[in-house]
Design a protein around this ligand. Structure first.
Ligand code: ZN
Ligand code: ZN
Length: 423
């Protein structure tokens, strides 16, 4: 499949502008499933202006009533950390996130273009970075809850930016590095296929076949085994597997992540035990955290270490009660196109789709049967975790086996050496 895609790419030989236009069309039609009359709240880095404009055009052609774009400037973020007063790092733009929440409640769709420098904040004071992240997470909560609960249709796509490309291809000149990253983004986003919209429909159908299988199995737990990993992840009572497209509460079918290769569900926050070792570096808000090893007892992380970024990891775990517990577990075969590219993106949207992963923090109510209509207490009673954070990190590789554990304690092989056992 991947090989064919590459051959197609050579044959069709689309120009960069044509591929950018296809990505914009996929973002609007597949990512958002935008309906006529909907507003769009778009966020984008300054370096993604060309893609933001293509998306804006496709959104209006699909009937958007208004596209409002907020551009972010990473230089301005650095200027803040270098010149802001220490006490100022508890300040966040609550008014902005309240406005976003109001827009979603009024039916606006949400599209984010990512392209951040993975090590932007690597040299800034971790204390200030952590305070700023905490303040932002807290202020963002009302808007994030609506997104995490799929109150509206939303999606995330990516744009190649010079800083991100440089981190991935440090030995190439900027222009070459950016071109290589665009190639990787287009390939992973299924843009280089004869009909990207049809390719996404087929991909969604395959992911949904897998989630149906897992939902019928209704396993009590998953058991991961590999080098440095022996982890039992209990699943939430009434958990539901999701993957590919999602029907939001407003009835619109969207693909929240472009690309996506994962099937994922909600672990039980009190039923995770054992040791797990990360298989890829985690790029978290500008810091690279490598070779994470943590031990869980009764759902909580009781020991943690990392080869790099240990201080930032420690701060993350102190964010709140739920930061030490799991909010997501996801299965991705080692042969996924993103994994096959052999590239490390230093970006969760891509790297999480190269590997099975777990996430610390907030659970998705969507991953509990009927969860969308439950109160926070009802969700917690099922085992869904609550936190200001949601941080995915990779624990799968071609050396990791996964079993499904049935409610009567039998182990059924799900993945061997990182691949699905059944087709
Ligand atoms: Zn995930
Ligand atoms: Zn996640």
């Amino acid at each position: 499949m991947t090989m064919n895609d590459h051959v197609q790419n050579r044959k069709t030989a689309l120009s960069h502008v044509e591929r950018l236009d296809r990505l914009a069309e996929v973002a609007v039609r597949v990512g958002l499933g935008l309906k006529p009359g909907q507003e769009v709240v778009l966020t984008a880095p300054l370096d993604a202006v060309p893609l933001a404009r293509r998306i804006t055009e496709h959104a209006y052609r699909a009937g958007a009533s208004l596209v409002t774009t907020l551009f972010t400037d990473e230089e301005a973020t650095l200027i803040r950390f270098r010149n802001g007063r220490p006490e100022s790092f508890d300040t966040a733009a609550g008014w902005l996130y309240e406005g976003m929440a109001a827009a979603y409640k009024n039916g606006a769709a949400r599209l984010a273009i990512l392209g951040e420098d993975p090590s932007l904040l690597a040299n800034e004071d971790p204390e200030n970075v952590s305070r700023a992240n905490r303040a932002r997470s807290k202020a963002y909560m009302p808007a994030l809850n609506l997104i995490a609960g799929f109150d509206t249709n939303w999606s995330i796509v990516s744009a190649a930016t010079p800083a991100w490309a440089k981190a991935m291809f440090p030995n190439d000149a900027e222009e070459i590095a950016v071109a290589k990253l665009w190639d990787a983004i287009f390939a992973a986003s299924r843009i280089d296929t004869p009909d990207p919209i049809a390719a996404w429909a087929e991909h969604n159908a395959n992911l949904q076949k897998r989630t149906r299988f897992l939902n019928e199995k209704n396993y009590a737990a998953l058991h991961f085994r590999g080098p440095g990993t022996d982890l039992r992840v209990g699943l939430a009572d009434g958990h539901e597997w999701n993957g590919g497209s999602t029907r939001a509460k407003n009835g619109i079918v969207c693909n929240a992540n472009i690309p996506t290769e994962e099937v994922f569900t909600t672990p039980h926050k009190d039923r995770v035990d054992g040791t797990v070792t990360s298989t890829k570096p985690l790029s978290y808000q500008g810091t690279l955290i490598q070779d994470i090893q943590v031990k869980f007892e009764g759902g909580r992380i009781v020991e943690s270490k990392a080869r790099t970024g240990e201080a930032v990891l420690g701060k993350v775990l102190e964010t709140d009660e739920g930061a030490r517990c799991l909010g997501e577990v996801a299965l991705v075969p080692h042969s996924s196109p993103i994994s096959k590219s052999g590239l490390l993106f230093f970006n969760t949207l891509f790297d999480e789709n190269a590997s099975s992963h777990i996430a610390l923090g907030q659970a998705y109510s969507k991953c509990i049967v009927g969860g969308g209509a439950m109160s926070e207490d009802e969700l917690a009673a099922r085992g869904a975790n609550k936190s200001l954070i949601h941080i995915d990190w990779m624990i799968g590789s071609d050396q990791v086996d996964v079993d499904g554990i049935t409610s009567d304690g039998r182990a059924e092989p799900l993945m061997r050496k990182g691949e699905w056992v059944s087709s």
